[in-house]
Design a protein around this ligand. Structure first.
Ligand SMILES: Cc1cc2nc3c(=O)[nH]c(=O)nc-3n(C[C@H](O)[C@H](O)[C@H](O)COP(=O)(O)OP(=O)(O)OC[C@H]3O[C@@H](n4cnc5c(N)ncnc54)[C@H](O)[C@@H]3O)c2cc1C
Length: 484
């Protein structure tokens, strides 16, 4: 088995390409869009370079979660900028502000200044997260050894854990307050997702000067150096099967690419659509995948500032209304906004959850042709976000030169995720065996990868890339190279 075709040049596809090209395979990554990167794309608008999805990562220092993976993927030399260690994330609820500090001890002690009666509980909370984080690479061990640990955390409720550990409801809200980076849903979010993601940011938090696109571009450049190919405007229509195995893919332009193995870094429902004609993919599998629900989408306002305005803060700010129920994702009115800054751009980003149903009425119209109502809808959402952050950033409104917006329609257009979901399939602790997918599909040489499987975000997708590539070349070979 030598020739691998990878569908999708998002982080997952590129990382799989990197691993397999490094192992000597002939890799071709096919991307439907004109630009690689998926949710990592940066795009120029006027004087600014704006980011699509990615804003910050955690755990990039030696000994931390993402470090060995990014060292392996040759990404540590990018211009990473550490966020403020005393407050990498600031949570604002009503009139009060709370700082998230780097380091487990410091994190607990900083919040204990405002919640002295919860000091012990805070240490229990951070000790738990740290412990989960220390076991992260057990996911790479033979399955039997990890089964109990990982499945037990995928099968436990994050919401119940928080309630059981922290008795003060306001502190529970504060600890949930940075979690626009996952979908907080009380009846589904697994403890594994909540713990691994939060833990990695408590370890250390980083922005990337110059935008997320660099991650994709570096991986692609290395794949090419190793003899692989990365093609854009190459939309895959179908996976071709013969005698129970994939033999190639058919592109939208009618072209055929032969392959000994196919990896799909696309939404699994998109992958199932590509396997529609494959005999070995039974209806029961298609139904199972097609009935999985997606996490909520995101609305982003990229605000370009007037010339000369300095507004940079070396932290993220999460603003919530007093009455926000952070575990219910009510998007009927804006109740939570994430503010992020660019170290090297005159830009402030505001993000807030948005459901597909809010924009579905414009789904069949092309971007730019969705009419005045859509424009008014987006402007209204920008206004609500600005009102939410007004007290904390009183000068922002007057400093605006131009606002660019994206909705779940935009994400669908650029990543083809079925309903513009931000973080892909919703993992559910009540049914981990159906909602947490493995890379395997009914066709032995067709594999899945990307954020829809294990865990979303740069950490989760990087972990999953290793698991997917391991199905072809063996985990021992990759782990030896990663040197965990
Ligand atoms: C708003 C937002 C903010 C985020 N912020 C952060 C953050 O701060 N930190 C963090 O760690 N993570 C963040 N994430 C999550 C992170 O960006 C994603 O988990 C990760 O980038 C997903 O990578 P992927 O490869 O799984 O999928 P994608 O990035 O979706 O890549 C899939 C690729 O497949 C291509 N494709 C689809 N169909 C086809 C086809 N038929 N043929 C060829 N190509 C196809 C798409 O065009 C796309 O390029 C954020 C995500 C969003 C949406």
């Amino acid at each position: 088995m030598n020739k691998v075709v990878i569908i999708g040049a998002g982080l997952g596809g590129l990382e799989c390409g990197y691993i397999l090209a490094k192992s000597g395979m002939e890799v071709t990554v096919l991307e439907q869009d004109a630009v690689i990167g998926g949710c990592l794309q940066s795009f120029p608008r006027g004087k600014a370079l704006l980011d699509t999805g990615f804003h910050y990562v955690g755990g990039l220092r030696e000994g931390e979660a993402l470090y060995p993976l990014f060292r392996y993927f040759n990404l540590l030399n990018l211009p990473w900028q550490a966020l403020d260690e005393d407050c990498f994330d600031e949570v604002i609820i009503g009139d009060k502000s709370y700082a998230f500090a780097v380091g487990h001890e410091r994190f607990a002690e900083t919040l204990a200044e405002q919640f002295p009666h919860q000091r012990e509980a805070l240490h229990t909370y951070t000790r738990f997260l740290k412990d989960v984080g220390e076991h992260i690479y057990e996911a790479f061990l033979p399955r039997e050894a990890t089964m109990f640990y990982s499945q037990s955390l995928f099968a436990r409720s994050a919401y119940d854990f928080l309630n059981a550990t922290i008795s003060d409801p306001l502190l529970r809200k504060v600890l949930s307050g940075t979690s626009l980076k996952m979908e907080l849903k009380s009846d589904s979010l697994p403890l594994y997702v909540f713990s691994q993601i939060n833990n990695s940011f408590i370890q250390s938090a980083w922005r990337l000067r110059g935008g997320g696109q660099q991650i994709a571009d570096h991986l692609a450049a290395d794949i090419r150096k190793m003899g692989g190919t990365v093609r854009t405007l190459a939309s895959v229509e179908a996976i071709i099967e013969r005698d129970g195995r994939a033999v190639g893919v058919r592109l939208q332009d009618g072209g055929i690419m032969e392959a000994d193995a196919v990896i799909a870094d696309v939404h699994p429902q998109e992958a199932v659509r590509m396997m529609a004609q494959c005999q070995s993919v039974r209806n029961i599998y298609k139904r199972r995948i097609n009935t999985l629900e997606d996490t909520v989408g995101m609305f982003t306002a990229n605000i370009v500032l007037k010339d000369g305005v300095q507004m940079y803060e070396n932290r993220n700010i999460y603003v919530h209304s007093d009455d926000a129920d952070l575990w219910s994702i009510d998007t009927s009115h804006t109740q939570s906004v994430m503010v992020s800054f660019y170290p090297d751009q005159p830009v402030v980003d505001l993000l807030t959850p948005m459901r597909w149903s809010e924009v579905a009425q414009w789904a069949d119209k092309k971007a730019g042709g969705r009419g005045d109502e859509y424009v008014a809808f987006k402007n209204e959402r920008v206004e609500q976000c600005l009102q939410m952050v007004e007290k904390r950033l009183p000068y922002l409104k007057d400093a605006i030169e131009r606002v660019y917006t994206s909705t779940p329609l935009t994400y669908k257009r650029y990543t083809r995720t079925s309903d513009g979901s931000a973080y892909g399939i919703r993992k559910d602790w009540r049914s981990p065996l159906t909602t947490v997918l493995t890379p395997k599909t009914p066709i032995p040489n067709v594999l899945l990868t990307g954020q829809n499987l294990n865990l979303h975000g740069l950490l989760g997708v990087s972990m999953t890339s290793v698991m997917t590539a391991a199905e072809l070349i063996g985990m021992e070979n990759i782990v030896k190279d990663i040197n965990i």
